[in-house]
Ligand binder design. Structure first.
Ligand code: HEC
Ligand code: HEC
Ligand code: HEC
Ligand code: HEC
Ligand code: HEC
Length: 215
């Protein structure tokens, strides 16, 4: 009985539900906007007004590929979060000098001892579950599998389709993460519960025995 209780409690707190007031979209130590980096739409301020540079020109997202920052997503279990050095290569010079989040970034990144930024995890499965990105990206990018991509951005998929019918990795992320490039602050939009994982595994002949996903 005690063992079962411990299991349920750890499973619950490992991935709490928002009904209890847990936040699915934590405020990050530096307000990092995917819109400005991965998106390519005109940027807006929090009050909805157009975001302008120092000369009064409209700022637009720079459309950096997801894999530029999440470098290990096509090869490993974890996608990886870029080190502060990656940010500073651009932000040493790019962006307003009076920007609060960028001042904080430059302080951390250009300090004598640039420590890691303590990003808060948004997507986190309970500790008893194993997830690996690599086979999913390999499967979803393969020629003939684009129909499986969920929360689709048709234009991006079309632009990301290669001669052999396969697609680039960055158009497949929406399947489980939604439209990240449109998010000012990352939120989890898919439930990513066992049912969703097993459904897709069943449909596409992926393994469904417990040990595939459970330690
Ligand atoms: C390829 C260059 C590039 C890289 C790498 C980059 N950024 Fe940016 N970043 C930009 C551009 C361009 C903007 C939009 C200009 C602006 O908002 O002033 C921007 C905007 C921002 C803003 C919003 C600034 C504001 O005043 O609202 C923050 C915060 C930010 N970046 C943080 C980061 C962090 C953290 C990293 C590393 C994980 C990073 N950036 C990596 C180019 C880059
Ligand atoms: C300039 C670097 C950069 C680019 C480009 C970028 N990201 Fe990120 N991403 C980050 C950083 C830094 C974080 C951690 C802070 C946060 O959660 O906002 C992050 C967080 C995330 C998370 C949440 C991780 C968690 O804790 O669960 C997801 C999912 C994600 N990115 C997906 C994407 C996708 C999909 C794209 C392409 C459309 C993309 N990212 C492009 C830097 C980047
Ligand atoms: C099949 C579903 C699925 C797809 C497709 C997917 N992810 Fe994830 N991603 C997850 C899950 C589930 C987690 C949480 C993993 C955990 O808690 O162990 C996660 C976590 C992350 C994280 C935070 C932790 C880490 O791994 O570093 C980032 C960043 C991320 N994903 C980026 C991406 C990017 C970029 C893509 C597209 C190239 C992508 N993901 C495609 C399901 C997916
Ligand atoms: C979009 C469909 C899809 C979704 C959603 C999905 N998977 Fe998968 N998964 C696959 C496919 C297909 C494979 C097999 C890829 C291959 O051919 O190696 C796979 C492989 C795996 C593997 C590796 C199995 C092995 O050892 O070879 C693990 C672990 C896994 N998935 C866990 C998960 C978990 C956990 C979730 C839910 C958070 C999830 N998957 C959601 C399609 C999916
Ligand atoms: C394709 C991946 C996958 C497979 C296969 C799988 N599970 Fe799960 N399981 C998950 C994920 C993801 C969660 C976490 C759900 C959450 O966040 O609550 C989970 C959660 C659980 C939980 C905790 C209760 C809950 O709903 O949160 C139990 C118990 C469980 N699984 C048992 C099993 C058993 C028994 C099997 C074999 C018949 C199995 N699982 C096969 C992915 C999988």
């Amino acid at each position: 009985m005690g063992f079962v209780m411990v299991f349920i409690v750890t499973a619950w707190f490992g991935n709490p539900l928002p009904v209890l007031g847990f936040d699915q979209s934590p405020v990050q130590p530096i307000a990092f906007p995917h819109t400005a980096h991965a998106g390519s739409e005109p940027l807006v301020n929090t009050d909805g007004s157009p975001k302008l540079d120092a000369d009064g020109n409209q700022l637009t997202g720079i459309g950096v590929d997801c894999t530029f920052c999440h470098r290990t997503v096509t090869s490993m279990n974890a996608a990886g979060i870029p080190p502060v050095e990656t940010c500073v290569t651009c932000h040493r010079v790019i962006g307003a000098t009076d920007s609060e989040p960028l001042t904080l970034l430059r302080t951390i990144g250009l300090g004598e001892d640039p420590g890691p930024i303590q990003w808060k995890r948004v997507h986190r499965l309970p500790d008893h579950v194993r997830f690996v990105h690599e086979p999913h990206i390999r499967f979803l990018t393969a020629a003939g599998n684009t129909d499986v991509i969920a929360n689709r951005d048709e234009a991006a998929i079309l632009a990301g389709t290669q001669m052999d019918g396969s697609v680039v990795a960055s158009v497949t992320c929406s399947t489980c993460h939604g439209d990240i490039k449109a998010q000012e602050q990352v939120a989890q939009v898919e439930p990513l519960k066992m049912g969703q994982c097993v459904d897709c595994h069943r449909k596409h002949d992926a393994p469904t025995d417990c040990a595939t996903c459970h330690f």
